[in-house]
Design a protein around this ligand. Structure first.
Ligand SMILES: [Zn+2]
Length: 304
């Protein structure tokens, strides 16, 4: 979307400033281009619409005409400008996509043209600004880009440019998004005496360590008298041997083998271990016979 003949006909500049505007119209980057092509020559280098599309209409080393005295000074320096879609009174704040686009343009200008990371201290001082910051940047005064956006410029956009250009914005570590799988399987027969909690070993008593967030399920298969109860709960064993106890889940045994499942979602510290304990409560309180767990599985996902 290069604006012609402007782009070829205008004099060169050495860009030292970045000035942001509101165009007082909710236009797409394409519509903004058409406006400048067809209706006025007071164009900007960039147009940022509500959808996150950035149009560039003029090379950043060519003069654009949106900033009056800052377009090109006698020493050949000039401002790079960006128009941003707004409502028709210029009163709405930038949306998140526009903020992101302005930060990206601002960082690019710092990296490509060496714009210093500061808000312009005078109308000719290299740096970053918004249209109404200095009267020399407009022909007859302006409120552009509007109060809400001036505030965003100071509090969000400019600090965002500085943070990203200096590498202080934390880059979200992608690998944190990818979960690891938890898969333990144990066919060792183990007996459970009634009325007491027993930590279940599934390959190991420590089902998980060195994780941060997990989602886990324990499934047990057992020979349990019909109508009696299995209770299970996950717990976090701390390094001082104290415990965080998860909620108890209760399953009632059925005829034949019983298949019971227990779930938890939680977070543990690097020094903590995830364990699971189970208790058997006979239907008849006087029935002191032990039961047998024949298979135990632990399945889940965890994030480091
Ligand atoms: Zn403006």
């Amino acid at each position: 979307m290069e604006l012609q003949p402007e782009s070829d006909a205008q004099p060169a500049i050495r860009p030292t400033q970045f000035i942001v505007h509101s165009i007082i119209a909710p236009w797409t980057a394409r519509r903004t281009y058409e406006y400048w092509r067809d209706s006025t020559s007071l164009e900007s280098h960039f147009g940022v619409d509500y959808e996150g599309t950035v149009g560039q209409y003029i090379g950043t080393e060519t003069r654009a005409d949106a900033n009056a005295g800052a377009n090109r000074r006698s020493d050949g320096t000039g401002a790079v400008s960006a128009e941003t879609a707004s409502n028709t009174s210029g009163s709405d704040p930038w949306n998140d996509k526009q903020v992101e686009d302005l930060i990206a343009i601002g960082v690019w200008l710092h990296q490509t043209h060496g714009l210093p990371l500061r808000i312009c201290r005078s109308h000719s001082d290299p740096g970053y600004g918004y249209h109404s910051l200095f009267p020399q940047w407009s022909t007859s005064g302006t409120a552009c880009p509007g109060q809400a956006r001036i505030r965003q410029f100071k509090e969000v956009v400019f600090p965002g440019i500085v943070a990203r250009a200096t590498g202080k914005t934390p880059t979200p570590p992608q690998e944190d998004d990818v979960p690891h799988t938890l898969g333990l399987y144990d066919e060792t027969d183990r007996t459970l005496a009634p009325d007491k909690w027993t930590t279940l070993s599934i390959e190991s008593v420590d089902l998980l360590k060195g994780a941060s967030i997990y989602q886990a399920m324990v499934q047990v298969t057992g020979s349990v008298p019909e109508g009696s109860t299995l209770q299970g709960r996950f717990y976090h064993l701390r390094s001082d041997n104290t415990r965080w106890l998860g909620g108890i889940t209760e399953r009632v045994a059925t005829a034949g083998a019983t298949f019971a499942d227990f779930h938890n979602v939680g977070s543990i510290k690097p020094t903590e271990k995830l364990r699971f304990e189970i208790a058997y409560f006979p239907l008849d309180p006087d029935d002191m016979r032990a039961i047998t767990i024949t298979t135990a599985r632990c399945r889940g996902l965890y994030w480091k």
